[in-house]
Ligand binder design. Structure first.
Ligand code: SF4
Length: 356
């Protein structure tokens, strides 16, 4: 099932609609440490106790860094809200960490949107796009005009935040909240917080609404447009336009496997490891497809003349899981203790290479 449209994936939505097609399978990665750190930081900024936030997002080792980081960010934000801003306004809170949905048929906002923690999706209808604004504030500027600002916190350095009115996520949130300005409080780890602000007038909102409607309307009609955004796409491994990149990266893999010398550039090495994960998924898909053909009776010959056939072998296996399945509860644990005492269960350390 494809991903649901939200403000945070608007960059992908504006560029290609295929990953949002309900019939397209997407891969869901476990969030890595920088992402979990960012989520914990957001939770602290929203008022959650630092200890609880660190535990919830499994970043306890970074607790002290999180506390210092959030204090620095809150101090910079509070100066800005209290009048040190380009509007000369003192801002008051309108909403904080509030999920809302924008209906692209009626062009209206709905404020009560449930977020399902398990599926990581919003409870939206087919005609809605959801988004959570980190902060929405309002105040009167020096010309006595009311100004509403949507503010987003960023802890990473993934893109240029100096023009928040050009970021798809902020543009979408501005439409959802009918904001007059958008801002990014960029507070990188170990860096100094900087507030990037840009006005977002009704013309910009109208242009973004129209882009949103066009993009949302294309979901499910087979639209797909490859480009630089493909590297963020969770439907990449099943995408037909991905073939050229697979061929290019396969060449790199073959060069290494054939003894063409190790890669010198760490970026290429990282890219190669990521590709190996995609390749593993493709290998499994291809094997499953071949197996289905052989089971259906197709005659398939390898270039060496051997024919693919189904083979059955009978094996006996003993594992902790099989013991606990056969002897549920205490009996299973007692049998495992007995096997341990006899030396039949061995403890070994396994080292693996993981990307965090
Ligand atoms: S890989 Fe690129 S073209 Fe294919 S679905 Fe994803 S974003 Fe679209």
């Amino acid at each position: 099932m494809g991903i649901k449209p939200t403000a945070s994936v608007a960059y992908l939505l504006f560029n290609c609609q295929r990953p949002f097609d309900p019939l397209v399978e997407v891969e869901r990665d476990e969030p890595a440490v920088p992402m979990r750190y960012g989520s914990a930081f957001h939770a602290i900024m929203a008022g959650v106790a630092a200890e609880d936030a660190a535990m919830k997002f499994d970043v306890d080792p970074y607790l002290q860094e999180l506390i210092a980081h959030a204090e620095k960010a809150k101090a910079a934000l509070s100066l800005w809200l209290d009048g040190e801003n380009m509007f000369g306004a003192k801002f008051n809170l309108i909403a904080r960490e509030t999920p809302a949905a924008w209906d692209w048929v009626t062009l209206t906002r709905r404020d009560v949107v449930e977020f399902n923690e398990e599926s990581h999706t919003y409870d939206t209808t087919t005609y809605e796009i959801a988004g959570t604004a980190d902060l929405v504030v309002g105040g009167v500027d020096i010309n006595s005009n009311f100004v509403k600002v949507v503010i987003d916190y960023k802890t990473g350095d993934y893109e240029d935040y100096s023009r928040p009115d050009e970021l798809a996520q902020l543009r979408t949130l501005a439409v959802v909240w009918e904001a007059d300005a958008v801002a990014v409080l960029h507070t990188p780890r170990g860096g100094i917080p900087v507030m990037h602000v840009a006005r977002f007038d009704s013309l910009k909102r109208a242009a973004t609404s129209s882009l949103l409607i066009q993009s949302l309307n294309r979901i499910g009609d087979g639209s797909m447009r490859p480009g630089p955004h493909c590297k963020f796409c969770p439907a990449k491994s099943s995408c037909p336009t991905n073939n050229a990149e697979i061929v290019r990266e396969s060449n790199m893999l073959l060069r290494m496997a054939a003894g063409g010398g190790p890669l010198a550039n760490p970026v290429d090495k990282g890219a190669l490891n990521q590709f190996l994960q995609v390749f593993e998924g493709l290998r499994k898909q291809a094997k499953a497809a071949l197996r289905a053909d052989v089971q259906a009776g197709e005659i398939i010959l390898q270039p060496n003349g051997k024919q693919l056939q189904m083979a059955t072998k009978h094996v006996e296996r003993l594992s902790k899981a099989s013991v606990l399945r056969a002897l549920p509860g205490q009996a299973g644990e007692a049998k495992l203790d007995e096997l341990r005492a006899l030396g039949c269960l061995e403890m070994t350390a396994e080292e693996s290479m993981v990307a965090k």
